[in-house]
Design a protein around this ligand. Structure first.
Ligand code: GLY
Length: 331
């Protein structure tokens, strides 16, 4: 860990920080917390983030890139059949089909995403391939699946018995109404994994992947694959990602908003709080839903905030990985 004075003595870094207006302003308003974080730092949504953070750190420790780290971090929940909101084992749509959304952004500002993708266990890697090997940002549905298969991905039935039973129970009811905080029932559901990381060089990347809202209408796509909604990273400023009811985040372009607020001088915590308040102000039925944001700036400072109690996140910082309860707008 370095202190502020030591940091400022490192002239090359002090020079770099003057190029970042948001961070500089933050330094004067919150200098105690800024510039003291050892890197790397990884932050990710929900308890499934603990293992994802560990995997991301392992990649970095083995000399992998920051993009490898965020991609391989979220592979863990994507591959886990017990995780009912991401990848294999995810809850299906109302027709009983698992459809996946994912996005990734690297330090060069490049971005890739897939949506409404079926039968591919790692949508984040398809999103990365879109980013790395095409001039496009997003591929959807059958086109995204064809692209994946052409590039060596294998088709797999992602609907587990557990998810199928949950769907059968739900379609008997057919009173479609996502219950508050279903995302955090430890016995059942979790939500999107969004993960933001910074490496020892200060380069940042992010990944976001989900099976989306359980029992959603066929064809529904959430915030997670929409660059600027479920995920946004600007390597000069910081990154943010969202979880919860994606429609609220899409209507306010939440992750882009958080990064822009940081650009304009907010700390990550101030920025995520303002993004949640924006939803409160702009989305009349927001009280029926949960939403959460996490963010990190270029100095490795982090923030998290949600609408209602119940959201937690995993934070790897100063060599320790822990689960933290987020503060919320409502009690
Ligand atoms: N946040 C995930 C979704 O709404 O699909």
């Amino acid at each position: 860990m370095i202190n502020r004075r030591k940091f400022l003595e490192q002239t090359s870094l002090a020079g770099a920080i003057t190029l970042i207006p948001g961070v500089l302003k933050s330094a004067s308003s919150n200098s105690k917390d800024l510039l003291v974080t050892d890197k790397p730092v990884v932050i990710s949504t929900w308890s499934h983030g603990l293992e994802a953070n560990e995997a991301a750190i392992k990649v970095l420790n083995n000399g992998g890139s920051i993009v490898d780290a965020v991609e391989q971090g979220v592979w863990i929940p994507e591959a886990d059949p017990e995780n009912m909101s991401v990848g294999r084992g995810g809850l299906p749509d109302i027709e009983g089909v698992v459809t996946l959304d994912a996005s990734i952004m690297g330090p060069d500002g490049n971005a890739g995403s897939v949506c409404f993708l079926e039968d591919i266990v790692h949508p984040i890697s398809v999103a990365r391939l879109v980013m790395d090997s095409t001039p496009h940002v997003m591929l959807s549905g059958k086109g995204a699946q064809d692209f994946a298969i052409e590039n060596g991905f294998k088709k797999e039935n992602l609907l587990t018995e557990k998810a199928k039973k949950a769907w059968e129970k739900e379609i008997k009811k057919r009173d479609y109404n996502p219950a508050l905080n279903w995302e955090n029932d430890p016995n059942y559901y979790h939500d999107t994994i969004g993960l933001i990381a910074i490496d020892a060089n200060g380069d940042m990347a992010g990944a976001c992947t989900t099976s989306g809202l359980g029992f959603k209408k066929r064809g529904r796509v959430g915030d997670s694959p929409i660059i600027g909604a479920g995920l946004f990273v600007d390597n000069e400023i910081g990154g943010a990602t969202a979880t919860g009811m994606g429609e609220l985040v899409m209507k306010t372009l939440g992750s882009f908003l958080v990064v822009e607020l940081m650009r304009n001088g907010k700390t990550p915590q101030q920025a995520v709080e303002e993004a949640v308040i924006r939803i409160v102000q702009k989305v009349p039925d927001h009280k029926s839903y949960q939403i959460g944001f996490i963010a990190m700036n270029k100095a490795g400072e982090t923030g998290a905030y949600c609408l209602k109690p119940g959201f937690n996140y995993a934070l790897y910082k100063d060599g320790k990985n822990k689960l933290v309860d987020s503060k919320s707008y409502y009690d």
